[in-house]
Design a protein around this ligand. Structure first.
Ligand code: NAP
Ligand code: GDD
Length: 335
């Protein structure tokens, strides 16, 4: 009998890679999606178009407990990966209330419905390095004190505490990943890495001239999403539920990311990148770098992609995307 997994946020970057990974392991994969997504499949399912024949989608809203309860009542899920969230930090400053509502109540509804209907189902919560915020120590590990710097970070601390409390209070298998930034060609265009790689590709092909960014000095520990979804799965295969940092252990500035991405297409970022105050945040997370020793020792997890390989893959994908706009074919290497 194959295992049944439910993924919330299956239309997102991580959800799409995780669905692929679980299918490759023989899982029966179900996804929870918004009803509007089912109504506008061509635009909303771009990351999972190639999987639509192999996954079962259920309409529900993270804002509605009855809709979540209904989906969970329909199948005897073995594992639930709760990835759905308002995940853009800048947007959480613009609308902290809806970010809190979706991220905190949505997580609580998932946990409460599982407790009621499927207490044996293993639960993964998508925690974040943003929870460390104004970091208390470097590198950050599972024991590092949280000091979130955004409504998004606060919502993730609350989701993490809810997840731990269901584990401790009700004996459910509830694990959280403290995942540092992870990227790839399916990353949303609003996040800085994809904004940089897509604009560098468009500038190279003459489709844009400049790139406007906020804080170039912020430092992030950037890994590849494909590597990170493997860690999520491993967390739910352990004998006991626990929380794990998932990170590469390297940190790079936004400026360095720019330099390397533009260099991939033979350009100097300094000729094109401009600082624009509109993209500065009211409170910034200056430095993130994780210590994933526990995940390495207990899960046997190791990242496969290097920083340079990830940038190259993203730039190449964005060159292909941009070249469809003007009919050119360009390769990142050798330009
Ligand atoms: P993403 O690409 O932004 O995907 C977010 C997913 O959540 C999408 O499927 C989206 O559905 C869904 N969603 C958002 N609001 C929803 C709502 N109100 N109801 C139902 N679904 C909703 O994010 P990601 O990068 O894959 O990240 C996955 C999870 O990991 C998130 O919880 C994020 O906060 C967390 N995380 C990410 C990173 C990272 O670096 N990527 C690091 C740490 C933690 P639509 O397609 O319908 O919008
Ligand atoms: N998005 C964006 N746009 N960020 C910019 C820009 C810009 O124009 N200019 C500079 N930055 C800086 C941000 O201020 C931040 O310091 C850094 O680039 C990364 O920003 P994002 O790519 O938006 O990611 P994030 O670190 O805020 O959040 C991501 O990682 C978290 C894990 O640490 C998201 O994926 C979160 O969902 C995730 O939890």
């Amino acid at each position: 009998m194959s295992k049944k997994a439910l993924i919330t946020g299956i239309t997102g970057q991580d959800g799409s890679y995780l669905a692929e990974h679980l299918l490759s392991l023989g899982y029966e994969v179900h996804g929870l999606v918004r009803r509007v997504a089912l109504e506008d499949a061509a635009r909303r399912f771009t990351r999972i178009t190639h999987l639509l024949e192999r996954v079962t989608l259920h309409a529900a809203s993270l804002e509605s407990y009855p809709s979540i309860f209904h989906v969970i009542s329909r199948h005897d899920f073995d594992e639930c990966y709760h990835l759905a969230a308002q995940s853009f930090v800048a947007e959480s400053f613009a609308d902290g209330f809806s970010t809190m509502n979706t991220n905190i109540n949505g997580t609580h509804y998932m946990l409460a419905a599982l407790r009621e209907l499927r207490p044996q189902c293993r639960f993964y919560f998508a925690g974040s390095s943003e929870m460390f915020g104004k970091v208390a120590e470097t590198p950050q590990r599972e024991t590092t004190r949280f000091h979130p710097r955004s409504p998004y970070g606060i919502s993730k601390v609350a989701g993490f505490d809810l997840t731990r409390n269901y584990r401790e209070a009700y004996g459910m298998f509830c694990a959280s990943g403290l995942l540092f930034n992870h990227e790839g060609p399916r990353r949303g265009y609003e996040f800085v890495t994809r904004k940089i790689t897509s604009t560098a590709a468009r500038i190279k092909l003459g489709l844009a001239t400049e790139l406007r960014l906020g804080n170039l000095d912020a430092q992030r520990d950037w890994g590849h999403a494909k590597d990170y979804v493997r860690a999520m799965h491993l967390m739910l295969q352990q004998d006991t539920a626990d929380d794990y940092v998932v990170a590469t252990g390297e940190t790079h500035t936004v400026r360095e990311f720019c330099r390397r991405a533009f260099a991939e297409v033979g350009l100097n970022y300094e000729d094109h990148v401009h600082v624009d105050e509109r993209f500065l945040r009211p409170a910034e997370v200056d430095l993130l770098v994780g210590d994933a020793s526990k995940a390495k020792q207990e899960l046997g997890w190791e990242p496969e992609y290097t920083f340079g390989e990830m940038i190259r893959e993203m730039v190449q994908a964005d060159l292909e995307e941009a070249s469809k706009e003007n009919g050119q074919t360009v390769s990142a290497r050798g330009v």
